[in-house]
Ligand binder design. Structure first.
Ligand SMILES: Nc1ncnc2c1ncn2[C@@H]1O[C@H](COP(=O)(O)OP(=O)(O)OP(=O)(O)O)[C@@H](O)[C@H]1O
Ligand SMILES: [Mg+2]
Length: 400
């Protein structure tokens, strides 16, 4: 039997559990777009491994034959226009295989897209990177992004489809491209060819949104949280039952407890238990046998390596935050634990955020970006509290 769990990034689970509100909002957007009415864009914000990529692909799939879909993944050093161009080329290729009239109409219209972007001397501009060319590049990026979006919208209209655009890892998108994209979406909402837009990214996405026009703040924003225990149990049991197999209650709850509602951990632990089981039932032994190994692997990539990059001061602060327990904590409270004010620790906090160790899901609060980091640090505090860290801690407290 194939393993119904796959912890690979973006791997589609048998069913997306516990994201009903997000999916309902997306369905409503898709319904409106299909009726040529404006659809409120969706913003999905969440830590690594919370299911952002999986939701974006579910949103793209929602339209079925009614939608022309474009999936963009931002990269820190590439403009959105650049990323979209790759996708448009791919769309042109795949249009060959699209069935029926929709495919033909699509192909006809998309044929003009490369011409539009080729007419823009974008490649020539890209060579003159930096220096005097930089401003021009930005202009060309803007023009070529608008040209591609216009052509895609037109293609969709001719194919009697609506356009769905998703942008993943949006925290890495450049502000200018996002301004262009959001303005385009906003204008299209007033016409007869609305676009369904869904973007997803880490918590820093909110900083990006703050730099865009104020109407972006009226978009539907969702913070992807951990699954509840009931949802976790469902996310583990359902795929097993769907394969015609079963799992003992004690094994099920052990897996649920170990994964703590973190979608990535659910997939990782359940996948290992599935691979270890024989017959048609997963037993507690299968779970216990695999937990240690999976935990070690997770610890290495999620905690050990990232924490090894911290300076003594950053580690001192992390130890304090870990001692406060799981979840978000008031920044003032964290500072007070060091006998300081919130202001005094802001540069250390910024450095920890840059290194991806902590994030700020609510302004004024901070938490570890990866679930169970607090538990890991507490369990290994003796190793982390070395002489340099103790000295940094003492210095922080004393500097007051
Ligand atoms: N709601 C859910 N129910 C069950 N499994 C889920 C759910 N969401 C995500 N998963 C599983 O969790 C894993 C991580 O999902 P995904 O790659 O979409 O996360 P992400 O938020 O995009 O992470 P990253 O920030 O690292 O890109 C995948 O194995 C996926 O199948
Ligand atoms: Mg992702």
């Amino acid at each position: 039997m194939p393993n119904p769990f796959n912890p690979a990034p973006g791997a589609h689970p048998t069913r997306i559990v516990g994201r009903e509100a997000e999916l309902a909002a997306a369905r409503e957007g898709a319904r409106r777009a299909a009726l040529r009415q404006p659809a409120t864009p969706l913003v999905l914000v969440g830590q690594r491994g919370m299911g952002k990529t999986v939701l974006l692909s579910a949103i793209r799939a929602m339209g079925g034959h009614d939608a022309l879909t474009v999936a963009i993944e931002s990269l820190p050093d590439r403009s959105l226009a650049d990323r979209l161009r790759d996708k448009v080329d791919a769309l042109l290729d795949s249009a060959e295989t699209l069935p029926g009239r929709a495919g033909n109409a699509l192909k006809r219209v998309l044929n003009v897209v490369p011409k539009v972007s080729f007419e823009l001397p974008h490649d020539a501009g890209a060579i003159a990177l930096g220096g005097a060319g930089a401003a021009d590049d930005r202009h060309l990026d803007h023009d070529s992004l608008v040209a591609m979006l216009t052509a895609l919208a037109q293609a969709a209209r001719l194919a009697k489809q609506y356009l769905t655009i998703t942008v993943d890892e949006v925290q890495d998108a450049d502000v200018r491209s996002m301004q262009t994209l959001t303005a385009f979406i906003h204008e299209s909402a007033q016409g007869d060819a609305p676009i369904l837009l869904a973007i997803a990214g880490l918590h820093e996405t909110r900083d990006l949104i703050d730099k865009l026009r104020t109407y972006v703040r009226r978009w539907d924003e969702y913070d992807l949280e951990f699954l509840t225990l009931a949802e976790t149990v469902e996310a583990i049991r359902e795929p097993i039952v769907a394969e015609g197999e079963a799992i003992d209650e004690d094994a099920l709850y052990r897996l649920a407890e170990e994964s703590g509602g973190y979608p990535y951990f659910i997939a990782a632990f359940a996948s290992a238990a599935w691979a270890a089981h024989r017959g048609k039932r997963i037993k507690i032994g299968d779970v216990e046998r695999t937990i240690v190994d999976v935990r070690r692997r997770n610890e290495m990539s999620f905690y050990v390596r990232p924490l090894a990059k911290l300076t003594p001061r950053e580690m001192a602060l992390s130890l304090v935050l870990a001692d406060l327990g799981p979840g978000s904590h008031k920044i003032g409270e964290i500072a007070r634990a060091l006998g300081r004010d919130a202001r005094d620790i802001s540069s250390i906090r910024a450095a920890l955020a840059r290194k991806g160790i902590i994030s700020s899901p609510i302004p004024g609060f901070a938490e570890f970006s990866i679930p169970f980091t607090d538990r890991f640090i507490r369990e290994h505090a003796v190793d982390y509290r070395d002489e340099r860290v103790l000295a940094a801690h003492a210095e922080l407290v004393r500097a007051r």
